[in-house]
Write a protein that binds this ligand. Structure first.
Ligand SMILES: Nc1ncnc2c1ncn2[C@@H]1O[C@H](COP(=O)(O)OP(=O)(O)OP(=O)(O)O)[C@@H](O)[C@H]1O
Length: 248
């Protein structure tokens, strides 16, 4: 059974179609990059999967169940959609301990996880003083508390410096390939995605335009960046700048 299954999800906001029939699966032990231009419908799809938005039709399943039907979701699914809902006055370590308490997870996991995400020292400081990269890592840490076998991450590389990005790549590969976790990760950092993922799902305008192994997509020598532009480009971005461009 697939660890994550998206079945024909459709969602409109007012009359605008945000997601228009997206389907794909993610198997245990694999990393799938979920890619698409701005506004393609990635976050909406992930929010439907996590029960935060009700799709108009279709469904998202984790281990064969809707997220909202999972009794102890943190032990089955780790999700980070945005790293902003952190209390600025709370210390990083306390944030994790509060999550443990609420989820019935032993608080000793907080220190283990701080070490895993490289925040052992910083865990004693208040989150208000964290950089964006530190917030990302703390949010990722919170997602790991229940030792889930499914990870769903929306733009986890946002705000990470090169060392942080390198760490994230090794971390995701460890989770998938050593621990057997199913990882679904959206990203715009294609050079990084290319070095990290096993499979790609590319959507544009709410519809799937590619689902395959990364190796299959780039088999003809095309980079992921080139393939992405070929599959998703609308030609709506200006190609020239300044006066010369304006005159043409
Ligand atoms: N709550 C909402 N209300 C109205 N429109 C929304 C809402 N959420 C998303 N949309 C619209 O749905 C479309 C898809 O948005 P979504 O955030 O899912 O795209 P995305 O692929 O995650 O984009 P990005 O890469 O820019 O984060 C966009 O046109 C967006 O404006």
């Amino acid at each position: 059974m697939a660890a994550i299954e998206i079945r024909e999800i459709r969602k409109s906001f007012r009359k605008k179609k945000a997601v228009d029939g997206v389907s794909f699966t993610v198997d245990p032990g694999t990393i799938t990059g979920f890619l698409g231009p701005n506004g393609a419908g990635k976050t909406t799809t992930l929010r439907c999967l996590l029960g935060l938005v009700r799709p108009d039709s279709g469904e998202g399943l984790v281990n064969g169940r809707a997220y909202t039907d999972i009794p102890d979701p943190l032990t089955e699914v780790g999700a980070v959609l945005e790293a902003t809902n952190l209390h600025p006055g709370r210390r990083g370590r306390d944030h994790l301990r509060v999550v443990c308490d609420a989820a019935g997870i032993p608080v000793s996991r907080a220190d283990e996880v701080l070490e895993e995400v490289g925040l052992t020292e910083a865990g004693r400081k208040r989150v208000g003083g964290y950089s964006m990269g530190m917030r990302q890592r703390l949010s990722l840490g919170a997602a790991l508390l229940g030792e889930p076998k499914v990870l769903i991450l929306d733009e986890p590389a946002n705000g990470l410096d090169p060392e942080g990005i390198d760490w994230l790549r090794r971390f995701l590969r460890y989770q998938a390939h050593e621990r057997g976790v199913a990882v679904l990760v959206s990203s715009h950092v294609l050079a990084e995605v290319e070095q990290t993922v096993d499979n790609v799902v590319i959507i544009a305008g709410g519809r799937s335009v590619q689902q395959s192994a990364l190796a299959e997509l780039t088999r003809e020598g095309e980079s992921l960046h080139e393939a992405f532009l070929r599959l998703t480009s609308t030609g709506s971005m200006p190609m020239t700048f300044g006066k010369a461009g304006a005159d043409q």
